[in-house]
Each structure stands twice: as C-alpha cells, then as structure tokens.
Ligand binder design. Sequence first.
Ligand SMILES: [Zn+2]
Length: 175
Amino acid sequence: MGLDGTVRCRCFEEGRLRPGPVPLEDVYVDEEGYLASRTLDEARERLTRRQFDARYADLERAFDDWLHSCCEHEDAELCAEHVASWSGCAEFRELVDRAGGDKNHPLLSALLPDGTGGTYPAEKAAATLAELDRFAEWVAANAPQVVHEGRYGTAERLRRLLEASRASGNPIRWC
Ligand SMILES: [Zn+2]
C-alpha cells in the first residue's frame, strides 16, 4: 500500500516496439500516459461490456500480454519505484513544510498526488530535481532521523523517477 510511480520508456516514440496483436499504427499513448489500442478503446466506448467481451476479450488479453514485453524494457518502463507508504508520503509532505513549504519548494510541495492516478509532467522534472537537491541538503542537516546511510529513501526514489522523466520526456505516472 502506498504510492508507486513509473516512467514509460521511449521505445514507442522511437519506433522500437515489437510487432503485437494490433498494427503499430493502432497503438497510441492515452491521457494517463499508457500505451493503448485505438481499436480496443473505441470499441469500449461504443459497445456494452458484454458486447465488448464477446468480440474483443481475446484481443484485449493478447494486447495486455504484449504490453509486458513489447520492447526491451519490462512493461515498457524506464523506471518503476515504490515511492513510499502513505505515512511515508505524509512524512515527506511534512518535511517539505518544515523546510519552508511552497515558498521555498513550490514544485516539491505539489509533487505528490493526493491519491493514486494522474501524472507529473516531464516539463517540470529538471526544475523539480533542482528543488529536490536543495531539499535533500536541508533534510540531511535538519531531519537526521529519516536519513539512513546518508540517504533519505523517499527523496532518492523520487529522484530516480524525475531523472527518468527528464531523460525520456515522458511524465511520471502515479499508481
Ligand atoms: Zn522500451
């Protein structure tokens, strides 16, 4: 339980997906940042669940299977992190508040979602990383109880997600 984050690789954008059960022209990135099939999504809109299952259940299963191994990255992910438990997320927010809140860290203050779902835009990754560096220094000096072997784990995991987002140009997907 808690917050996870993933960043999709660029194999779709770079045309490096393996052939799958639908033509590659049918594959697109949906508004939540996931690879999806136009055929399946349009059918889902148009049909009742029962009609959809009767006609498309096999294709849906094959498409979902393909997504796990459609490129060299497992699940087409460049980075996948269990960010923190919900109490760990609350602790992160509290530390950001103590470090000056949104006045000092406007991006970090709004980084974590309220629940699961939604995305964090890649355009903000570089500036958020700069705030995270400053914040990590503050934590090391002011909150040693959350630092283990020189690292505050939640911040390190967020850093890996943000770095993958900056490198790929794809958003962090919260889940
Ligand atoms: Zn890939």
